[in-house]
Design a protein. Sequence first.
Length: 233
Amino acid sequence: MSQQPTYPLMPHATASWLVDNTALTFEQIAEFCGLHILEVQAMADDLAGAKYTGRDPVHSGELTQAEIERGQANPDYRLKMQRAPLAVSRTKGPRYTPVSKRQDKPDGIAWILRHHPEISDAQISKLIGTTRNTIAAIRDRSHWNIGNINPKDPVTLGLCSQRELDMLVAKAAKHPGGGEEPGDNRLGSDREALIEELRAQREAQARAASEAAQEAEAAAWLAARRAEGRSDS
C-alpha cells in the first residue's frame, strides 16, 4: 500500500528559503515541497504573485544540512523528509482562510452544492469558513459575482484537505437531509462568524510574525557560526 507523500508545513515559504540559500535544482525543490516546478522558477526569477518569507527547513527539523548537501552534490537525488510536520488540529470557530484564497471560496462552495447536495449549509460553512448567507446566495444564483463563479474542487483550491471533505461526505451520507448536530449551531449568526474569522486572522498573523522573527534569529545565528568556521579554517 503506497504512502501519501509528506510535504513541509509551509511549502511555499520553504521553497523560497531553499531557492535563496541552496544550490538545489528547481526540480528537487519542487518535488520536496509538492509544488509545480514553474512556481519554484517564478520565485527564483522574482516573478511570483506573492512574496514569501523564507522558512528554514533545517531549523524546523524537516531537513538536515547533510541531506541538502547530498542533493546539491547529485541533481538526480530526491530529498527525504527528516521529520514530518505536526498536524494542526482544528479549534472551535470558523476556518481561517488566507486572504489570497478567499476569492476562491465561492468556486469551492458552488462545487460542493453541485456534487454533494447532501451536505448541509452548516457543514459547508464550517468546512470552507464562510457564512450561510453566502451559500444561499450561490445556491439561488443571487450572489453579486455569480457570473464569474466556476465550480471547482475545494481540495484543489486549497480550501480544505481531501480527508476533511471525504469525512464530511461520509457523515452527510449517514444523515440524509442535512440534519444538523447541536455543534452546528456554535457559529451563531453570520456576524459572529465574521468576527471570529477576523479574530482568527489576527491571531494567525501574530503567530506568523513571531515564527518569522524566530527563524530570522536562527538564520542569523547559523550564518554567524558558518562565518566563524570559515575564519577558523
